[in-house]
Ligand binder design. Structure first.
Ligand code: FES
Length: 57
């Protein structure tokens, strides 16, 4: 599912960034995937996915 429509970032890509690339917060994610730097509507959902993935690790 697409989380960030502006940059075409999926939930799978976010989870992968957390588990494989050491992303721990929105700032890290933005540096890697650009997510959130256009309209910002995706940030809340992206944060939830980051949190849920970290808990599951
Ligand atoms: Fe992510 Fe617009 S939906 S910046």
């Amino acid at each position: 599912m697409y989380v960030c429509m502006c940059y075409g970032v999926t939930d799978t890509a976010i989870r992968q960034a957390v588990t494989s690339n050491g992303v721990g917060n929105i700032r890290d994610l933005r540096e890697q995937l650009q997510l959130g730097s256009q309209c910002g509507k995706c940030i809340q959902m992206a944060q939830q996915i980051i949190d849920a993935t970290i808990i599951d690790e």
